[in-house]
Ligand binder design. Structure first.
Ligand SMILES: NC(=O)c1ccc[n+]([C@@H]2O[C@H](COP(=O)([O-])OP(=O)(O)OC[C@H]3O[C@@H](n4cnc5c(N)ncnc54)[C@H](OP(=O)(O)O)[C@@H]3O)[C@@H](O)[C@H]2O)c1
Length: 254
């Protein structure tokens, strides 16, 4: 039996589907307790029931818009009241409302992208760290970035900026929080088959721009992110901080 996360409580934002749901399931399989969040209750309920059917009582859920600091605070209260102090945070929820040449983005789409992809995750980290420091408790933060945060992001420029900023935030916070035994790492997925990426995966030419330069030659599956997340959340990675783990089929080596 996998007990790498036994006794640990995690919050996974954007856990109702895709990569977040796969990470939540991976945490449950490793013996952890998980609160998943997203905006819509229906998807959360379905996902929690599916995981709990396999790993009883492992998952609870709460709606939380990552653009709303009050809802983020309520999410942390809920996790604490339900399972005890959360020590693992996966900042996974993100949005990409605009696909096109960078300068064509509207002010509203720009603001939303920064709010949900950066300001909300930053607020969540602040809440987690405050609680951990008060309790003198170690912790692990995992920021879900992207390969487009490591280079140019054609047609996804502003989204790419937020993902690049996540890598920067990960490094600085790792430096500042290491003394508190709070580790901060990032996972940078390649192209993964989810709703968010469907505009690319359903357009053969766009999809090929990824698969043609990917050593493993294919799009990834959400469950292929779970192992990396369990590793970074657990004590197996206790001497790893400030790193970005690329789970991208090798895309970024070329
Ligand atoms: N798929 C890829 O190819 C790929 C590649 C690189 C990086 N990533 C990153 O991986 C992470 C997960 O993406 P995914 O591909 O799994 O996407 P997805 O399947 O579309 O899932 C996105 C999740 O985020 C939630 N969400 C969206 N907007 C939200 C908001 N404003 N507040 C709170 N929750 C919100 C969604 O649920 P609700 O609709 O209920 O809110 C859903 O649970 C993201 O950080 C993304 O940038 C994905």
């Amino acid at each position: 039996m996998d007990e790498r996360l036994k006794g640990k409580v995690a919050i996974v934002t954007g856990g109702s589907r895709g990569i977040g749901a796969a990470i939540a399931k991976g945490f449950a399989a490793a013996g952890g307790k998980v609160v998943i969040s997203s905006r819509k209750e229906e998807g959360l309920k379905i996902q929690a029931e599916a995981i709990n059917a396999e790993y009883p009582d492992a998952v609870q859920y709460k709606t939380c818009h990552m653009g709303d600091p009050e809802q983020i605070s309520a999410l942390f209260d809920f996790a604490n009241d339900t399972f005890g102090i959360p020590s693992i945070l996966v900042n996974n929820a993100a949005t990409n409302p605009y696909f096109g040449p960078m300068l064509g983005i509207s002010n509203g789409a720009w603001a939303k992208t920064f709010q949900v992809n950066l300001e909300g995750p930053f607020e969540a980290i602040r809440l987690l760290v405050g609680r951990l420091q008060e309790a003198k408790h170690p912790g692990s933060i995992i920021n879900v970035s992207s390969i487009v945060g490591a280079g140019a992001a054609p047609l996804q420029g502003v989204y790419g900026m937020t993902k690049a900023a996540m890598i920067s935030m990960t490094k600085t916070l790792a430096m500042e929080l290491g003394g508190n035994d709070i580790r901060v790492n990032a996972i940078a997925p390649g192209l993964i088959d989810t709703k968010l990426s469907s505009i690319i995966t359903s357009t053969p030419d766009l999809k090929r721009t990824f698969t043609d330069r990917t050593p493993l030659g294919r799009v990834g599956k959400p469950e292929e992110l779970a192992g990396a997340a369990v590793f970074l959340a657990s004590d197996e990675s206790r001497y790893v901080t400030g790193q970005t783990l690329f789970v991208d089929g090798g895309y970024t080596i070329g």
